[in-house]
Design a protein around this ligand. Structure first.
Ligand code: HT7
Ligand code: ZN
Length: 897
């Protein structure tokens, strides 16, 4: 397979002004007639360039050029292309091709999901529908006519506005619909849906007074699960007007839910297609986090209408231009809809758990990658989540008003264009008058920068010096020495005994260049670190403070500062920055767990540090006070220990068994020490109020269920009894599922029969609800007990399981390999062999999914010698598969380098 390089970008040789697609769906095959108005691009470097189109798995029936048939000798069909050596400067191209959506299991292009036909074209799926210039900088005006059987496909949808519909002239069992999209768009934003669907209707009046019809299409049985998505859509539309001044631009906005989908959703112009898991929500079948996910994904796809569709990417190296910016936008939206601090904690948790791991592995790449083999492999946490953090840093550096001016300029200047990340940053630079040359390192260098901070308090002068040293580890594209220093915004405060101290920076730093310091208020600042080493001195500091560093996680870095445990407790209790209060709780928990890991490794008996228990006790006492200002969701997050995966990531050599033991030991110790407090908090929050996905209720449920989880670990059986009661009585999925998880994951003998019965009851009750069955698979796949792998293998034979549905694969195989580390990393290597088997099977069925499922095997460097050998052996086995897809080839080869 060929590597594509950013530096080799060339403008397209041809442009397609208008695209007319006629898609005739028959049972077993589909005929696609594409009529394209093509002309040479005046900006092309080659005025005599041949016409090279992309196409895959299309059976060509005929081609005409300006009405003249093209014989097969006049063009060359390659594996994935069609070449015509001589063409006029302007011409009409008509190609009739036959495709078979029914046998398309890759879920790219046009495919059949259950009884419905739908498309997924990003990034390069359109070429499976017709031959085309399938690249984002070729933008065309699309008209689409769909013809299909009336009985099987009563609903026919495509992008834009419906212009005509009626019976087929020759066959009255068939009908057609013609849609026209007035906005030029790249092929990746094309969509088509045909099937038997029910719809909920609503409307939205834009800020300029235009009426927009809003429609959500789902299977008839899911009609009652659309209200939350519709509310989220209307809130998103209003929010984008208020916060970014962006108004919707068509008369209709449609969402369609499909069961078989490789990702969460797709922002096709005017016709978003969603994985059912990201649009359907009902209190009885959806957990709180499911509700929040629906809200976030609906917003994300809607926001793409401007950040992605109106202004799109020049090439796929610019993917973060739309994805990083849109994740930032949806994250701010969710923060405005619920708890800002808790949303920030969730985002950072994802970044630290998963994106940092990606940055430390063989697939590490810059936010703007410089090369790829298969672009589908670059829809990554780096492009999305780190990309959003980079946009957030611009927001932090400029402040909300100037950032808004920058985004206004960006949208106005580039409306209708396909542009680059540099164009985005240029707009931000222009409105602020700032030079962002150094800032671009965030886009162009891979790896997580590390910042080490040391402090020195001089009681005599009342000065406090902080020295920052930055570096970035070696990643596949550059060594540590080659990496240039970053501009790192560091949010900062100084916590004293009686409160936060006033910050006065001494005009000249002790060493290095003068620190660029942005003033906000007296007790909080954002320092700008630009040098490899830089010192900032504060004066008028009356006492030795505890520094609160990287407030609100102001930059995606690993920050090291040697905190004493009592200092962490001080931050947990007194820091005005909510994010750092949580971060201190995590740091303290890590230190305590690491003690136990070390004891375990030295065959010593583990001891529990009482500092953590006392701090947790204070939190539980405070949150129960009648006038408490503590957000229960914050307390829940603070009481939640770092994951085993994260603990593995930060270990020198990850000892999965010792980590599992230590984390469990700390949880049991907390449970036994705070039994009464946990139980009291549980009861105080366990109400019978009717379910609402409100921030207040979600917060209460999250703390209640964290308490239940701990309580069930204490030496007595009361927690198991409470969990069982909650499971039986639950009126919403959050409470039901959390209780089920407690029972199924418990290693207590008393829990075993209850768990068995609860699993059986749960399945019996929800077997018709595919998304709930996914939860049922996951709770079993993540069970820590030793027979977990055998159980997962047995579940693969369950009638509800299929390798063809990505949600099922993620729920069972993905959950086991990603979130059951102690079993996936079994010392005998059976977990690795199991995953390799799944990847080999998926490689032919669905290469995108196969490549994604490789992720746990890419992390082999974290583990001991024995496991490294076992993982590499499985990667080698996969590499030897004769018909390896580009997707899997790229990840396996990079992992074995
Ligand atoms: N922009 C969408 C990307 C997407 C996708 C990419 C590859 C393969 C399948 C896919 N489905 C959707 C999703 C988004 O970021 O909104
Ligand atoms: Zn997106």
């Amino acid at each position: 397979p060929k590597t594509i390089f950013l530096k080799e970008y060339q403008v397209p040789d041809f442009l397609i002004d208008r695209t007319h697609l006629k898609v005739e769906i028959f049972d077993g095959h589909t005929i696609v007639t594409s009529t394209l108005a093509i002309r040479r691009n005046p900006e092309s470097q080659n005025s005599a360039a041949p016409l090279l189109m992309q196409g895959q798995e299309i059976d060509i029936q005929s081609i005409t050029l300006n009405g003249e048939p093209l014989s097969s000798g006049q063009y060359t069909v390659g594996d994935e292309s069609l070449l015509v050596n001589t063409v006029p400067d302007t011409f009409e191209w008509v190609c009739v091709g036959k495709i078979t959506p029914e046998s398309n299991t890759s879920l790219e292009g046009l495919y059949r999901s259950k009884t419905m036909y739908c498309t997924q074209c990003e990034a390069e799926g359109f070429r499976k529908i017709t031959y085309y210039l399938d690249r984002p900088d070729v933008m065309s005006e699309f008209t689409t006519t769909i013809v299909a059987d009336k009985a099987h496909c009563p609903v026919l949808l495509s992008n834009g506005n419906l212009v005509e519909e009626g019976d087929d002239a020759t066959d009255h069992t068939r009908h057609f619909a013609t849609w026209h999209d007035p906005h030029k768009k790249p092929a990746y934003l094309f969509a088509l849906v045909a099937g038997e669907l029910s719809v909920i209707d609503d409307g939205f009046t834009t800020q300029s007074g235009r009426e927009v019809q809003l429609r959500i299409f789902v299977e008839p049985k899911d009609l009652e699960k659309c209200d939350h998505a519709m509310t989220a859509l209307k809130n998103s539309m209003r929010w984008d007007e208020e916060v970014y001044g962006r108004e919707y631009d068509l008369d209709i906005f449609m969402i369609v839910a499909v069961d078989d989908f490789n990702m969460g959703a797709m922002e096709n112009k005017g016709l978003n297609i969603f994985n059912t898991s990201c649009v359907l929500a009902h209190p009885q079948t959806t957990t709180d986090s499911g509700f929040q996910r629906v809200e976030g994904v609906v917003a994300h796809e809607y926001f793409h209408n401007w950040s992605g569709n109106r202004v799109t990417c020049r090439d796929w190296f610019q993917l973060s231009l739309k994805e990083g910016f849109t994740v930032f936008r949806d994250s701010e939206f969710s923060a405005d809809m619920g708890s800002r601090t808790v949303k920030r904690i969730e985002d950072v948790n994802l970044l630290k758990n998963a994106q940092f791991a990606e940055d430390a592995g063989p697939m590490a790449h810059p936010v703007q990658p410089s090369s790829f083999i298969e672009i589908s492999n670059f829809y990554t946490l780096t492009v999305y989540e780190k990309g959003a953090e980079v946009v957030r840093m611009l927001h932090t550096l400029l402040g909300p008003e100037v950032f808004r001016k920058g985004s206004d300029l960006y949208f106005e200047r580039h409306d209708g264009q396909a542009v680059t990340i540099e164009d985005f940053v240029a707009a931000m630079s222009e409105v602020s008058g700032r030079d962002f040359t150094q800032f671009m390192n965030w886009y162009r260098q891979a790896g997580t920068p590390e910042v080490t901070v040391t402090s020195h308090y001089n009681a005599e002068d009342q000065t406090y010096a902080l020295t920052f040293t930055q570096s970035c580890p070696t990643t596949p594209e550059a060594t540590s020495e080659e990496k240039k220093p970053y501009l790192i915004p560091i949010g900062l405060g100084l916590v004293g005994d009686a409160g936060e101290l006033r910050l006065q920076v001494k005009s000249e730093p002790v060493t290095g260049e003068p620190a660029d310091v942005e003033q906000s208020d007296n007790t909080h600042r954002v320092l700008e670190i630009t040098e490899p080493t830089q010192t900032v001195v504060f004066e008028g500091v009356p006492e030795a403070p505890v520094p609160s560093l990287l407030r609100n996680f102001s930059a995606p870095v690993k920050l090291h500062y040697e905190y004493g445990r009592e200092e962490l407790v001080a931050l947990m209790e007194r820091d005005s920055d909510g994010y750092n209060r949580w971060d201190a709780s995590q740091k303290l928990a890590i230190a305590v767990i690491q003690d136990v890991v070390a004891a375990r490794q030295n065959n010593a008996s583990p001891e529990m540090d009482a500092t953590l228990i006392t701090a947790y006790g204070h939190l539980l006492a405070q949150v129960q006070e009648s006038n408490s200002l503590l957000d229960p969701a914050m307390v829940a997050a603070m009481l939640t220990l770092p994951t085993e995966n994260y603990l593995a990531q930060i270990a020198e050599v990850a000892d999965v068994d010792a980590i599992h033991f230590a984390r469990h030991f700390v949880r049991i110790s907390v449970a036994n020490a705070l039994t009464a407090e946990l139980e009291a908090t549980y009861h105080a929050l366990h109400t019978t109020e009717a379910y609402a996905p409100s921030a207040k209720q979600i917060a209460a449920r999250s703390l209640k269920n964290v308490c239940l989880g701990y309580r069930a670990l204490a030496d007595d059986d009361m927690g198991i009894t409470l969990a069982h009661q909650q499971f039986v009585q639950a009126e919403n999925m959050t409470d039901g599922f959390e209780a089920l998880k407690v029972l199924v994951h418990s290693d207590k003998p008393s829990a075993a029969p209850l768990a068995k019965q609860a699993l059986a009851d749960f399945y019996a009750r929800w077997q018709e609800e595919s998304l709930v069955v996914n939860q049922w698979f996951t709770v079993q796949a993540t069970r820590p007990s030793q027979d977990a792998l055998d159980h997962v293998k047995a579940l693969q034979a369950h009638p509800a399981y299929t390798l063809k549905n990505p949600n099922k694969v993620r729920a069972l195989v993905g959950a086991f390999c990603g979130f059951n580390p102690v079993n996936f990393h079994r010392a005998d290597g059976e977990g690795y062999a199991f995953l390799a088997d799944q990847i080999i099977a998926l490689n032919t069925l669905n290469p995108q999914m196969a490549a994604r499922m490789l992720t746990p095997l890419t992390k082999w460097k974290l583990y001991d010698e024995n496991r490294q050998v076992l993982i590499r052996a499985q990667l080698e086995r996969i590499r030897k598969v004769p018909t390896l897809s580009k997707d899997v080839y790229e990840v396996v080869n990079k992992s074995l380098k």
